[in-house]
Design a binder for this molecule. Structure first.
Ligand SMILES: [Zn+2]
Length: 418
């Protein structure tokens, strides 16, 4: 196991629990250790990106479809130390899959979930891998599927934290949509186009954001059978799938660990490297009854507790708090930089402005300040040049600020002038 590499040796059974406990703490400690696989992940916490990285140990995620996208997402989350993964797929590994990432030729013929379990447990034995080898679209497994989602949490009694849909057909997406609406499970959908040069990810929060049927693809909306084109072999590129898997995994980490902005929809056009991001509202006239019921529930919650009703409230608040902290740190850094370069920071009064003009002296011209009555900083730049120095400042030497100028930008510009 990963943590056994720390050489906490013991052969006394009574010490095993203590050893595991010590080792687990050591793995998720802030200490930088080359033999600790979590060191670089915990650095996110030390650097203020994530407040509580270790909480990932208690998260459980279901991945539906362990193909070109799902398998890569599973590997990324496993390497990130997620607590539990439930893998759903009934397909087998084929040589035709070798143009994609993750599976190896010697795994040909194995079920995808068993092959994935083998590989993932080899990468990180701390992550619990649950293989679910059945077709979720068949009605006779609905109860099994429901139980796996509702009791698939880290403790085996509560629902999973998030579902990731990485399938290649609409029927499976509609089944996932129904299950997530029924059991109020947040999920993210993903897809890669048949020509392999575009894809997308989308966040679906039951009742809050649109469900899969609120704004369905044309094939789903018209109810036409999803017939694959005869004689057409869908293309696939490991690059496009890896990019979509990366976006999906990143959005998952942000959602689970409350950092950054959790994207509602990100598209990817590989031909032009275009990443459209859009926001879609739930459709009050959605054809799915359960979706409309969830929307009504959410509306009641909003009426009761305002913006705190939103499932992403914790993420958004954490981001806002972190932004304030970062801004304060940037201001302190700029102040320290200003002191280093002989910059005097004033805090009040536009009257103190000494912006160089045509009639100003050299000293005056080399001293410029600007104020910001909206709580910003004022800077006065004083040259450190001696009497023999070139004191003929030009317009380009002047530094001024406006309300739109950030402190860090200003500090950088001042350094460049120096
Ligand atoms: Zn809907």
């Amino acid at each position: 196991m990963w943590w056994y590499s720390d050489k906490v040796s013991t052969c006394v059974v009574l010490f095993v629990f203590a050893k595991d406990h010590m080792a687990a703490e050591k793995k998720f400690s802030a200490e930088v250790r080359d033999d600790n696989p979590y060191s670089r992940l915990m650095a996110l916490q030390r650097m203020g990106v994530v407040d509580d990285y270790e909480s990932i140990r208690f998260k459980s995620v279901a991945i539906i479809g362990v193909g070109g996208v799902g398998s890569v997402v599973a590997e990324m989350l496993t390497r990130c130390g997620i607590g539990k993964l439930l893998l759903f797929d009934y397909d087998k590994v084929e040589l035709a899959n070798m143009n994609r990432l993750f599976f190896r030729p010697e795994q040909q013929g194995m079920s995808k979930v068993e092959a994935a379990k083998q590989t993932l447990e080899g990468i990180n034995p701390d992550t619990q891998i649950i293989p679910c080898t059945y077709n979720i679209t068949t009605t006779d497994v609905w109860d099994t599927f429901s139980a796996d989602l509702c009791m698939g949490g880290i403790d085996g009694r509560t629902p999973i934290d998030l579902l990731l849909c990485c399938v290649d057909n609409f029927q499976a997406r509609l089944t996932v949509n129904l299950a997530c609406l029924t059991y109020n499970i947040p999920w993210m959908e993903s897809g890669v186009a048949e020509n392999a040069v575009s894809g997308h990810i989308q966040l679906l929060l039951p009742g809050t954001s649109p469900c899969y049927e609120c704004c369905p693809p044309l094939v789903v909306a018209t109810g036409l059978p999803e017939a694959k084109r005869v004689g057409v072999c869908a293309a696939s590129l490991p690059t496009t799938m890896g990019i979509i898997a990366g976006f999906l995994s990143q959005n998952t980490l942000k959602y689970l660990l409350n950092f950054g902005t959790v994207s509602e929809y990100v598209g990817y056009d590989a031909m032009n490297d275009h990443f459209p991001m859009i926001s879609i509202k739930a459709n009050p006239e959605c054809r799915n009854d359960t979706c409309r019921s969830r929307q009504a529930e959410y509306a009641e919650k909003v009426a009761e507790c305002g913006e705190a009703a939103h499932p992403l409230y914790a993420q958004r608040k954490a981001k806002a708090d972190r932004d304030v902290k970062d801004r304060l740190a940037a201001q302190q850094k700029a102040a320290a930089s200003a002191a280093e370069w002989g910059i005097v920071i004033e805090t009040q009064g536009k009257d103190s402005l000494a912006v160089g003009g045509s009639n100003g002296t050299a000293e005056q011209q080399q001293s410029t300040s600007a104020s910001n009555n909206a709580g910003g900083f004022e800077y006065a730049y004083s040259s450190k040049q001696d009497n023999d120095g070139v004191a003929n400042a030009t317009e380009s030497d002047f530094v001024s600020t406006s309300e739109a100028t950030s402190v860090s930008d200003l500090a950088a510009r001042l350094k460049a002038l120096k």
